[in-house]
Write a protein that binds this ligand. Sequence first.
Ligand code: S3P
Length: 177
Amino acid sequence: MSRLILEGFMGSGKSTYGRVLSKEFLLPFLDTDKEIERKEGLSISGIFEKKGEEYFRDLETDYLRELSTSDICKDGVISLGGGMPVREENRVLMKKSGIVVYIRGSRELLKERLRGRSERRPLLKGEDIDEKVDSLMEKREKLYLQAADTIVDIDGKEIYEVVNELKKIYNKGRKGL
Ligand code: S3P
């Protein structure tokens, strides 16, 4: 089985790349945020507001545990919420679930993409984007690297270039398994 697990910071385009890859090559696709929203019947912002961040983090771990022991999205592509690798347990579960690809953008690119697009993202709401991206990346960068089997850099690349790199990783994974 080959299953690509896309991790990376908010705004790195995990869902966009994952969706395009899946459409182009007819692979199953799943976005953990969307699955959690569907299961809870609430948006991510709604979950943060009504039940708090820890509750959301527990939902993420539960869902990842389910993925790691099931055929959900078998031979497909899974896009993770940006905070997924923060818990050590999650990093272990991610590795068990498939080939983990760090979709890596520079802080400058991420800030540019996230400016003015924070209303759907509870961690950025009302925050200074530059400061928030810096402080979160300070903590998370090493964790993304720890969790990753491989890295795809996105700065200066068109969507199709990133998607082609992902497809190569996917194909290599298939052959190895
Ligand atoms: C989060 C990223 C979001 C979402 C939630 C928390 C994070 O997903 O899971 O708002 O902690 O970085 P995206 O990376 O898809 O925006």
